[in-house]
Ligand binder design. Structure first.
Ligand SMILES: C[S@@+](CC[C@H](N)C(=O)[O-])C[C@H]1O[C@@H](n2cnc3c(N)ncnc32)[C@H](O)[C@@H]1O
Length: 234
């Protein structure tokens, strides 16, 4: 299989997925406000071809890999939110964390398990907006990459307390997302986040510790990388 084949299949998949995207047709957003049916359809239609999953890079995201470089997460309890095919969860585990990774789509979870059969990651099908109660305050590092930007703006005020709820005292939330300026029009999905949307994730005892505005470079568009912390002893 060549890269061109992969690129062609991905382009065809994008067109197929755009055609059924609830936010690209009248009444669709009301019918599927959380986009759950669409996310499920992505993995179902992809079968076992990762080209069919538009965000599947089949490697840890470079901005996560860079953040992890030289950093040990030994012994930390980490949660990967909306883990997709699992590469970022595996990178967190390789850095020493005890990782739980979850996705709304059971097919994504089954696929991640097939891809990483020796994995130490605990894989779970779960919904960010209805998480298992035992996850409250249970993680030293919560990692979110590209799930918020895949959700309509209207869901972000509910996503923020959901993410914050997972963070243990002394723990952190790491968010990596595409960036846009306030007022910049965008024809999502994805819907890159504004600075204000990132800052609005500092809720329920989380404080914004660092916010990097990472300019477009080496094939990557502009991104935010934000670290939030909850006061307290680990
Ligand atoms: C854009 S993808 C990013 C996947 C992964 N983080 C990555 O970077 O490869 C967003 C993922 O979030 C999942 N997702 C969407 N809504 C969710 C929800 N409410 N709870 C949990 N996962 C969700 C989707 O199924 C999808 O796998």
């Amino acid at each position: 299989m060549t890269q061109d084949d992969f690129g062609d299949r991905r382009a065809r998949a994008r067109a197929r997925l755009d055609a059924i995207d609830p936010h690209k047709r009248p009444g669709g957003a009301e019918a599927d406000p959380f986009r759950r049916d669409w996310f499920e359809a992505v993995y179902e239609l992809a079968g076992d071809d990762p080209a069919g999953v538009p965000w599947a890079g089949l490697a840890p995201h470079p901005l996560l890999a860079q953040w992890l470089a030289g950093r040990s997460l030994a012994g930390l309890r980490a949660l990967d939110v909306g883990c997709g095919l699992g590469d970022n969860a595996e990178a967190l585990a390789a850095a020493g964390a005890h990782v739980t990774a979850f996705d709304l789509a059971p097919r994504a979870i089954a696929w991640a398990q097939r891809r990483f059969p020796q994995s130490a990651v605990t894989w779970r099908a779960a919904d960010l907006f209805q998480p298992p109660p035992e996850w409250r305050g249970a993680f030293d590092l919560v990692h979110e990459l590209y799930t918020l930007q895949a959700l309509p703006d209207a869901l972000l005020p509910d996503a923020a307390p959901a993410l914050a709820s997972f963070v243990a005292p002394g723990g952190a939330l790491l968010v990596i997302s595409r960036a846009r300026d306030a007022g910049e029009s965008v024809a999502g999905p994805p819907w890159p986040l504004t600075r204000a949307q990132i800052e609005a994730l500092a809720v329920d005892g989380l404080r914004l510790e660092t916010l990097e505005d990472i300019p477009a470079n080496e094939g990557l568009v502009r991104h935010w990388r934000a670290l939030f912390r909850r006061e307290g002893d680990k």
